[in-house]
Design a protein around this ligand. Sequence first.
Ligand SMILES: [Zn+2]
Length: 715
Amino acid sequence: MKRALMIIAALILLIAASAVVFFLSIEAADVEGFEYKPNQKTIIFSDDGEEIGEIYEENRTYVTLDRIPEDLKNAIVAVEDNRFYIHNGFDLVGITRAFLTNFRAGTISEGASTITQQLARNIFEEISTEKTAARKIKEIKTAVMLEKRFGKEQILEMYLNEIYLGGGAYGVQEASVRYFGKNVWELNLAQCALIAGLPQAPSAYQPDVYFDRAKARQEKVLQRMVEEGFITEDASVGAKAEELEIRNSSSEEKVGRYKKNYEAFIRTVIDEYTEIYKDANYIDKDQEARSEALESLKRDGLRIYTSINAKIQEKAVESVSLAIENYSLTEATGAIVTIDAKNGAILAYYGGTSDIDFASTPRQPGSTLKPLIYSAALQEGIIQENTLLVDRRTDFNGYSPSNFSNRYYGYVTIRQALVQSLNIPAVQTMNDLGIEKTLSYLEEMGIQTIDKEDFRLPTALGGMTYGVTPLDMATAYTIFANGGAKTDPWSILSVDGSNGRNIYRKNLSQTEDDNIIDEDIAEYISGILVDNVVRGTGKNAGNKFVTGGKTGTSSESKDLWFVGFTGNATTSIWLGNPDRKGIGGSGSYCAWGYGEYMSNIGDYLLNSNYNLVSGESGYELETIYVLLDENAISGGSPYVDETMIAELSVLEEDLHFFENVRVLRVEVDRSTGKLFAQGKCLEKDKEVRFYLPENVPEECDKSHILDRLREIFQR
Ligand SMILES: [Zn+2]
């Protein structure tokens, strides 16, 4: 018997000893080398100070303890760990009480962790929440170490910033904003108690989803506060009776929250940040840079100040939807990009309503490349400003394009070719300039989506493999508003770290200003594009400011474009169907949207240094008639058949270009073949004829008295 007792005692001793050895064998987490650096979200701002997006994995804004209300601190202590200020990280009294409670209830409903243990679990990943003995011991040891290194105040501050409080909110500040739309220091007792109730089961108590549960929990917290002597019974009753207004928030995605209509822009901001991060950290691999940059955005609490202007963006988005509405393009979406041609700042960037960012998706550009091709040809001296281009059906080695209107004008100026968007002169010019040369110019101007299949003449009319993105299109047109130099677009002006210190700033003097075309060529083509908006295919873009631009329409109206500039704000608008079905209409729809855009935002731009000029552009145009073909006069006829004539509107200063092909439109008296004399010749004999200037007949000198008498008698 005694022997048996001794064996039992020895066994107990052995078990106890091995328990001690086991306890000792487990090490605490590395509290010494630990520095509390909670993940903080990155906030993205517009140029005019609006918050346009947040990037985070844990949506958190750090607040110091002095900004957290006493009621909230007390409520947390009362409900989570009432002996917090007494214990040294581990609470034997608390754990015994919890054990007994659980034992009686037959469940494990009451957690036995101190605030310090919970913090230890949250900040040291290696302590899992699983309730195995080893992990529990590690948690306790770590908590005790934390208490030794940090004071109670610091531990409470870390805890209140660290904990998850449901609805995607980490820390008490984010939860206050999330549920009450207030800063944490603005909360009253009732609100503090509600938040303090959440750590136990943040998802189950999430107030905007399970309000009744959250309310019941809040009342329990208030009760505990009374029991702990933090508040009076009266205060508790008052707080319980108070009506709680909980904010609803639908967006809970883990990677962040973007303001509506800024989704595509923020993606370009992330791309640009990746490039900045890659350069700053000497990373070679794109993939590596991408994932590290994303981690940095989710964790580092950056403030990113971007180029986009919220006012301009709002009107830009509006102009796209207005155009879609105005022309009942029910299945269409659209994209718009505005760039400051002087420095490359992206002022507006909208990729449409679908998941695809159409501002960065290449689509067939239609006629929008024509001004770029003429510019390149002028730069290379292939054509001059006074060159007459030939507009007649031409076979380019089996490729014979036709004009949109199916009319041909014979000889035309570059101005006429652009304003009427004639196809043959554009193809001819590309042919003369050379295909390789043309495409190398387009690439230099900023078009990044050129395919090897694009090295052929149909590219002049926008027949490309992929096409051009609205962003590249707006970039290319900066040459017209910037004296011949292309400006590279950018979106990030500066980045500050979470401590407020600047870590990146865009070097604005860095923008290249190597001219792609000479300033006078840029001015010449700009002038024509302004003319095009005054009277040509871009007429719908007209507004009270001097505006230039070009429309584009791809085959079967699958893509509608307007690319233009007002002052140095350069814009491209694209409309089309995501599935590339035709939507009907033409680029003039986009021009109309542009007109609305400038009417709405022009005054703002005028006052914001974008060099807008209000008023008419003042082009005096004359209508003239020209031969379609120099050999049109034949068969000995003194005048030219009407079918061989084209009517043109020409700037007075361009008239001399047409010396050799110009004909005069006159009215003649058919009975005499002389010029019709008003009041003398008979109306029935009046006929319109076209003569070379030297062949115009003299005025009719016949009296016609007999003719008139004959007429009276015949009646
Ligand atoms: Zn007559």
